[in-house]
Design a protein. Structure first.
Length: 68
């Protein structure tokens, strides 16, 4: 059994045009997806609790303290 030791990635939503499952100014976890990144998209766990692709331009990086 292998464990994923990659740090979680979090980003803040700055745009939610035509996206009912995203809230502006909310922090979302981003899942690694190299294929989506090549096309300018991020795989995001949204308000539905599922992961979907959204435009990368809708988010900015944020660094959270370890305690968070």
């Amino acid at each position: 059994m292998t464990q994923n030791t990659q740090k979680p990635i979090f980003m803040v939503c700055i745009e939610n045009k035509d996206c009912e499952d995203l809230e502006r100014r909310k922090i979302y976890q981003i899942l690694p997806d190299d294929e989506a990144s090549k096309e300018g998209y991020l795989r995001v766990i949204d308000e539905s609790g599922e992961d979907y692709l959204y435009p990368e331009s809708y988010f900015i990086h944020v660094q959270l303290p370890l305690e968070a």
